[in-house]
Ligand binder design. Structure first.
Ligand SMILES: [Zn+2]
Length: 308
C-alpha cells in the first residue's frame, strides 16, 4: 500500500510527562502501598509531634510513598477525577520488540532498516500511552494537571504551531516530557517529493535542536500519512521510530480504529493541543475524560519512550 491515511484532523498537541526514573520507582512503591493507604494518612509515620529522629531508610521510603499517594489522591480530587489514576509498572528491563505494522509495507517493498511505523506496543499489561500532537493550544493548566497527577505523555510538535511560544514546550521538557518531530508545516507528506519531505522532517530536527537542545528520534507523520520516501527521509534525519496511533480521544468522544471499540494493552492514544476554539472544552477537560475512562477499565498510563 502506497500511503496510509488516517484522519487526525490535526491541530493541537500536547504535553507533560513525568520525571523519569525516580518516578517509576516511586510509582511501584506507591502501588505496593496503595491497598493499605487511606486518603490523608500521610502524617502517620511522623507521629503526633512530627519530630522524631530520622527514620531508617525503609521507613523513610514508606513515608515518602504514603505522602506521594496522599498528594495524588488530593490532586485527583482537585482536578475532579472520578477515580485516582493507576500507577504504571516500572519500565521493562527488556524492551518489547517493535515491529512495523503488517499489511502496510511501503511501495510494495519490505521496509527493513527504515523507522518502523506502529500503532501499539506489544505488551500484555493494562497500559496505554498518551501522545499529543501539533502544539496550537498552550494551556498552563494542562502542565499543572499532568504534573500534579504525574501522568506521562509524549508530544509531536509542528513548528508552525509552536513558534509563537517555544517557551511553553520548554517548561514541558523541564518536567520530563520528550519533545518529538511532527514536521515544520504539517503537510500531507505523500504528495511531496523526497527532497521536500526531507526538508520538512530534517528542518524540524534543526528547529528542535536549536530550541530544545536535542534532535528527536521519534517522528509522527501528519495525519498518519506516509510513503516510502517519508520513511527514507526520516531515517536520513536521524529518526528511529515513527509511532502513529490506535485511537484518538477528544474532549467529548473517542474514535477507535479497531472494530471492537475498546482499549487494548499497549494502545497508543492520540490527542491534540486544542482548546475552546476547536472543542467544547479545554485540555484539562479532555484529560479528565481520558483518565476517567482508562482508570475505570483498569488501565494506567506509561511513558512511550520507556518501551522503545
Ligand atoms: Zn498533526
Amino acid at each position: 500500500m502506497r500511503a496510509v491515511v488516517q484522519n487526525d484532523k490535526s491541530r493541537a498537541l500536547r504535553r507533560v510527562s513525568r520525571a523519569p526514573r525516580a518516578t517509576a520507582v516511586l510509582a511501584v512503591a506507591v502501588a505496593a502501598l496503595a491497598a493499605g493507604c487511606a486518603q490523608g494518612d500521610d502524617q502517620g509515620v511522623r507521629g503526633a509531634a512530627g519530630q522524631q529522629a530520622p527514620p531508617a531508610r525503609a521507613v523513610d521510603g514508606a513515608a515518602k510513598a504514603r505522602e506521594a499517594r496522599a498528594a495524588l489522591v488530593a490532586a485527583a480530587k482537585r482536578w475532579d477525577l472520578k477515580r485516582v489514576p493507576l500507577a504504571a509498572p516500572a519500565p521493562p528491563a527488556k524492551k518489547p520488540e517493535i515491529k512495523a505494522r503488517e499489511g502496510f509495507e511501503v511501495d510494495g517493498q519490505e521496509s527493513d532498516g527504515l523507522p518502523p511505523v506502529f500503532t501499539t506496543i506489544p505488551i500484555k499489561e493494562k497500559i496505554v500511552f498518551l501522545t499529543i500532537d501539533d502544539g496550537a493550544e498552550k494551556d498552563p493548566a494542562f502542565l499543572r494537571m499532568m504534573s500534579e497527577l504525574r501522568i506521562p505523555y509524549t508530544v509531536f510538535l509542528t513548528d508552525e504551531e509552536i513558534k509563537d511560544d517555544y517557551g511553553y514546550f520548554r517548561k514541558m521538557q523541564a518536567r520530563g516530557v520528550t519533545l518529538n518531530n511532527h514536521t515544520l508545516s504539517h503537510p500531507y507528506l505523500p504528495a511531496l517529493s523526497y527532497e521536500e519531505q526531507k526538508r520538512e522532517i530534517c528542518g524540524m530536527q534543526d528547529v528542535m535542536e536549536k530550541r530544545y537542545g536535542k534532535r528527536p528520534v521519534l517522528f509522527r507523520p501528519p495525519y498518519g500519512n506516509y510513503d516510502g520516501d517519508t520513511l527514507r527521509a526520516a531515517k536520513s534525519c536521524g529518526i528511529k521510530y515513527a509511532p502513529i496511533w490506535s485511537e484518538e480521544v477528544y474532549v467529548d468522544h473517542w474514535e477507535y480504529r479497531e472494530w471492537d471499540q475498546d482499549l487494548h494493552p499497549g494502545d497508543i492514544v492520540l490527542t491534540h493541543f486544542r482548546g475552546t476554539d476547536d472543542w467544547d472544552g479545554t485540555m484539562t477537560d479532555m484529560v479528565r475524560r481520558f483518565l476517567d475512562r482508562i482508570t475505570a477499565d483498569g488501565y494506567a498510563v506509561a511513558r512511550l519512550e520507556d518501551y522503545l
